[in-house]
Design a protein. Structure first.
Length: 199
């Protein structure tokens, strides 16, 4: 039984390695669902260094809630480099609805157009297959300003297309580093030039 499990894990790892690739830059759609609303939005993810990305999410329900999140995320492989779990945090800004409780009258006052600022946390899993990145995440928001509710959670599914592959991004970085190093070094004559006679 243990051998069968080991062979299965190795087989899946080989398949993922063969048909998937890591990404440097990815862009796509994110579908979010919370107790308040369902949203659709855009997501842009950029690898900063190995296993670290920056993600920008703009999402709206096209009615009462629109938010912009700027997140830093750390990625760790599960089976291979193509199947990761990730976690991170960042800031969020938005225009949202709020529910204010009045203890005296026991009424809930529903307000709209509240400018909000908060802290977003995020945790999820992602799979890179060919030129697509599919992820499932949970993104709780801690309100700092503008909304009565202190905490709201959201589950999201993102589908992104790879714009720049990781290996292409790394190759360009190496080329820039070599060019910068060459500019900073003084011109050196070959050793044999010192022995040539001047005419």
């Amino acid at each position: 039984m243990k051998k069968l499990i080991l062979v299965s894990v190795l087989f899946v790892s080989t398949i993922l390695s063969g048909f998937s690739q890591r990404y440097g830059t990815a862009f796509g759609l994110r579908f979010g669902n919370s107790e308040i609303s369902r949203t659709i939005g855009l997501t842009f993810q950029q690898r900063i260094v190995d296993r670290v990305t920056a993600e920008v999410i703009l999402q709206s329900d096209f009615s009462r809630n629109t938010t912009l999140s700027i997140l830093g995320e750390f990625h760790r492989p599960i089976i291979s480099k193509r199947f990761n779990y990730y976690y991170g945090a960042g800031l969020s800004f938005g225009n949202e609805e709020s529910f204010v409780k009045n203890p005296g009258t026991k009424e809930i006052i529903h307000t709209y157009g509240n400018s909000t600022t908060g802290v977003d946390l995020i945790a999820g899993v992602e799979l890179t297959v060919a030129n697509a990145v599919i992820s499932l995440d949970y993104k709780p928001n801690i309100n700092l300003v503008g909304r009565e509710e202190f905490f709201r959670g959201q589950v999201g599914i993102s589908a992104r297309t790879v714009l720049v592959k990781s290996k292409d991004q790394k190759r360009k970085q190496r080329q820039r580093q070599r060019a910068k190093k060459a500019r900073n070094q003084p011109d050196r004559k070959p050793f044999s030039e010192f022995f040539k006679r001047k005419n």
